[in-house]
Design a protein around this ligand. Structure first.
Ligand SMILES: Cc1ncc(C[n+]2csc(CCOP(=O)(O)OP(=O)(O)O)c2C)c(N)n1
Ligand SMILES: [Mg+2]
Length: 659
């Protein structure tokens, strides 16, 4: 920076955001200028006076986190990151807004550019993910008080606050007393359809207050008021919500304040009028040096904070433990897990896979110091809590077990936030039938490539008496349909242990464990390599085969019994256990061909057939579910729905007879 250069005012800093937003949206002929223009003043005050980030070290662990929950306003964060000087956010990127291959995706995408802490766009996800980030910050600070001390700032719109997930999230944040979480609500009273009065009458300030938040309301175009509110929010021990009354599209003289500026280019005439009204004479994509200088000063302040932190880290007695937590390396799991599997095989352990998961988790949680467990109020059913795990509470963030309450969606989003924050590997449980309550956040785990582990128990009609409301039927197919999600349905305790190894070794793929309520026999008699990581493998290889039976989870036992029945009549059946379709699909063709063979195939799974085309050809057969389950003891249901060894054997004989 030129030492003699005067810094631009905050008004100019904010107008730079406005200009870049309207020009980039105009050039792309697509995007949302209203929100960045309306919140430019608030965002400028936040960054100029408070945010501690270093664009030269975007992953600095103790940086403040910024979450643009109103992701449609993506140009706000792209403009800011450009102005701050992130080296991957040159003007070329802003000019390529929303174009193929640019970092400036339609909505902010984690991993596409530095300084984007989370993928947002599905409204409500950002604020809820931020709760996980703020929780992880407190948990990390409890362990490393000299090295962790930062804030999570969120900009959320009317839409984020209307989405149901926001309620789960603010309720949880208030309960856990996440004082480092500060939400700035863009209170512009406009959504796409028009006035918020069309669809809501909620007093949001009262709602947040009722959840235990510190609340304030300010004029979002008054920088001093905004700054005072942020300062007060930081000082308060509760999470804070600042209602920032703003005018959407601020500066566009004929369109501001109207839903017309929400999501459409302003047009050349209105942009020219806005330049006039804002006193911004510069050409499109031209930013004066003194405006850059002012923004670069923000980066410089962050850089010196980071330098000071680096020195603290170098001298900290906690340094080694901190680095271990930051690395989240699963290598220490290998030896104890090998011993655990050997013991299971020696004991012929017959347990439900949810119980096997609890046993595996005992090993995981003992070996890896960075797990953060939890359940959505089903701890005793999901079996997610290992002995000795201490609950995380507002008075003790040093715990490692989170009671998410009956808030599956916020649990999933918070787990994304915990994973994004770093230093913890989150896992959390619920009944598999309620995976749908988590689904939008599971999808974001997969899209962002976060190593989150979902523990979904009670995985089929095998749960029995609770009936069809609780019996997953279509869920496996629906979850397998999500790209980059490893859905693992282990058949016994050894596969369950392997599944946990896969989950903990993952770095950019979430894992969803599908676990039985009912007991299952141990089917594996050795564990030479992690066969679950192969996705599917020959559990019983008769050499010559007349038929191949392919099954997952609790139905592998049924396939085994069918194979025995077939053997008694001279029919030779191979058994393929297929715990993870995604992993199998990624195996080399030769491996897949060897596992599947050329004989007729029967798929067996107590779920719908959709997705089984990975294994089954047109002429092959499937034994499973075609509709909802029913209330009855599990054995009666398996008989009722025809998912039995006899049915599988009969189906196999039919196929062989057809040739
Ligand atoms: C879950 C979800 N539903 C719908 C949308 C589509 N959408 C994008 S922005 C928006 C309106 C949001 O209103 P608000 O948050 O007030 O934003 P503003 O118009 O003030 O910028 C909608 C419905 C979405 N992105 N996510
Ligand atoms: Mg709005």
């Amino acid at each position: 920076m030129n030492a003699h250069m005067t810094l631009a005012t905050e008004k100019d800093m904010a107008n730079a955001i406005r200009a870049l937003a309207m020009d980039a949206v105009q050039k792309a002929n697509s995007g949302h200028p209203g929100m960045p223009m309306g919140m430019a003043d608030v965002a400028t005050v936040l960054f100029n006076r408070f945010m501690m980030i270093d664009p030269a070290d975007a992953a600095w662990p103790d940086r403040d986190r910024f979450v643009l929950s109103a992701g449609h306003g993506s140009m706000l964060v792209y403009a800011i990151n450009h102005l701050l000087g992130y080296d991957d956010m040159g003007m070329d990127q802003l000019q390529a807004f929303r174009q193929l291959g640019s970092r400036t995706a339609g909505h902010p995408e984690y991993g596409h550019a530095k300084g984007i802490e989370v993928t947002t766009g599905p409204l409500g996800q950002g604020i809820s993910t931020a709760v996980g980030m703020a929780l992880a910050e407190r948990m990390a600070a409890a362990r490393f008080p000299d090295l962790v001390d930062h804030y999570t700032y969120v900009i959320a719109g009317d839409g984020c606050l209307m989405e149901g997930i926001s309620h789960e999230a603010i309720d949880l944040a208030g309960h856990l007393g996440l004082g480092r979480l500060i939400v700035m609500w863009d209170d512009n009273r406009i959504t796409i359809d028009g006035d918020t009065g069309l669809s809501t009458s909620t007093d949001q300030v009262a709602r947040f207050a009722a959840c235990g938040w510190h609340v304030q309301a300010v004029d979002g175009h008054d920088p001093e008021a905004v700054a005072a509110a942020i300062a007060a929010a930081r000082a308060d021990a509760r999470p804070s919500m600042i209602a920032c009354r703003t005018i959407i599209g601020f500066g566009a003289p004929n369109k501001q304040g109207s839903h017309d500026v929400h999501g459409a280019p302003l047009g050349d005439a209105e942009i020219a009028a806005a330049r006039e009204a804002l006193g911004w004479p510069h050409a499109p994509f031209v930013i004066p040096g003194e405006v850059y200088a002012a923004w670069h000063a923000v980066a410089a302040r962050g850089a010196s904070a980071r330098t000071a932190w680096t020195a603290r880290h170098a001298g900290s007695a906690n340094r080694a433990a901190f680095d271990v937590a930051l690395a989240c390396d699963s290598a220490p799991l290998a030896a104890p897990m090998a011993a655990h599997k050997a013991q299971l095989i020696a004991d012929k352990t017959k347990v439900a896979t949810r119980k096997a998961s609890e046993m595996a988790l005992g090993v995981v949680n003992a070996a890896l110091p960075f797990t953060a467990g939890g359940s959505a109020d089903l701890t005793g059913s999901n079996l997610t809590r290992s002995k000795g795990m201490v609950s995380v509470t507002r008075d003790n963030y040093a715990g490692s077990y989170i009671h998410y309450g009956i808030r599956e969606h916020a649990m999933a989003a918070a787990m994304n936030g915990i994973a994004l924050h770093g230093m913890f590997r989150p896992y959390g449980g619920t009944f598999m039938a309620f995976a749908d309550y988590c689904r939008p956040s599971i999808r974001l785990s997969a899209l962002m490539g976060l190593p989150v582990t979902y523990v979904m128990t009670h995985d089929s009609i095998g749960l029995g008496e609770d009936g069809p409301t609780h019996q997953p039927v279509e869920h496996l197919a629906a979850l397998r349909a999500i790209p980059n999600l490893n859905v693992i349905r282990p058949c016994d305790a050894v596969e369950t242990a392997e599944a946990w190894e896969v989950a903990m070794a993952a770095t950019c793929t979430p894992t969803l464990l599908v676990l039985s309520r009912q007991n299952l026999p141990l089917l594996r008699d050795d564990a030479p390599e992690n066969l679950t990581a192969r996705g599917a493998y020959l559990l019983r290889d008769p050499g010559r085969r007349d038929v191949t039976l392919i099954a997952t989870g609790s139905e592998v036992e049924i396939a085994m019994a069918a194979a025995e029945a077939l053997a008694a009549t001279g029919v030779s059946a191979a058994i393929v256990s297929a715990p993870c379709f995604e992993a199998f699909a990624a195996q080399p063709e030769a491996y897949r061909a060897a596992v599947l063979g050329t004989a007729p195939r029967v798929g067996v799974e107590a779920a719908i057939q959709q997705g089984w085309d990975l294994f089954l050809r047109h002429k092959d057969a499937f034994v499973g579910m075609t509709g909802f389950g029913a209330s009855a003891p599990a054995p009666a249901l398996y008989t009722h729905f025809g998912i039995t060894a006899e049915a599988v054997a009969a189906t196999a004989r039919d196929l062989i007879a057809k040739g």
